[in-house]
Design a protein around this ligand. Sequence first.
Ligand code: TRP
Length: 361
Amino acid sequence: MTAPQSTNPAAAQQPTRILTGITTSGIPHLGNYVGAIRPAIASIANSTHDAYFFLADLHALIKCHDPDAVHASTKAIAATWLACGLDPERVVFYRQSDIAEIPELSWVLSCNCAKGLMNRAHAYKAAVDANLATPDTDPDFGISMGLFGYPVLMAADILMFNATHVPVGKDQIQHIEMARDIAGTFNFRYCAADKPLFVLPEALVDEDTPLLTGLDGRKMSKSYGNTIPLFGDNPQVDGERALKKAIMRIVTNSQLPEEPKNPDESTIFEIYKAFSTPAEQAAMRARFEQGIGWGEAKEALFDKINAEIAPFRQRYNALMANPKELEQILQQGADKARRESRKRMDKVRKAVGIKPLAKLK
Ligand code: TRP
């Protein structure tokens, strides 16, 4: 994922800066690894751009009202990214809630964001539509102000650090457009034309990352309960065994060993592809056509995945057993991020008219 040449003049003057957030709800699964964690870490390793990665724990509160789950997810996600090779010296890696200026900026931005813009957000509209389809239900049933204002907080995350490029999934493109919209309104209202405070960010969508299928043949997703855990969901259970157990639960058809099988209709082969070279895929395809048994195919899949993630699992387990180290890494990241957020927030406050009445010595 390389940053494309910018077509946006405000971003063009700016060195490329990549920023992305990871909502701390849930424990990372194989789909997260293949679709987000692995490509993001590889793209950073292959570039020299500034990079900001953060744990979006304030966003997690929108979906999750279980304090233990939010806390456990924050820990597991931090440990996962670090274990998979995120280098906190190379990337500013921090927790959103450690940067008090972010919710502050979110408020200022929300005062400069039309409510109508938020009415058009897909996630909000989908929730309203679901209510409208339910008899005797208020259109806003179950919708919190946090959900409604979600894109504003996301805009604050991005604009706070003047990110130029934001790697996101397709479902988030609209939020980046909203951040541009909000930045434009703010710049127009409060800044001289040649001195905008905010850069208009661009979404970076990687079309190549595979969407993994889950155990039951639907898209792998926490909400379907069909995920394969990356390092294991339960610290009491050995991660390698949990991985194997999950793989053995992948639903297959009733074809017998030795019957030729269609790899393109198999979840096992689909996941195998995400972990193998084209030559290995061709060899596995041939084994399917020759009638590999499902049990054997699952063993091969397990070996392949495990070979890639076993080295990370050790580091993951070490970090999970030593939360002090994790906390220290996050605090160092927050220190770096705050040096910048404080400066930008000072400018924002001044721009909107919030400043001391006089200088006191
Ligand atoms: N909304 C994003 C998601 O659910 C997470 C997120 C929060 C984010 N703030 C962000 C992503 C800022 C990119 C930039 O995937």
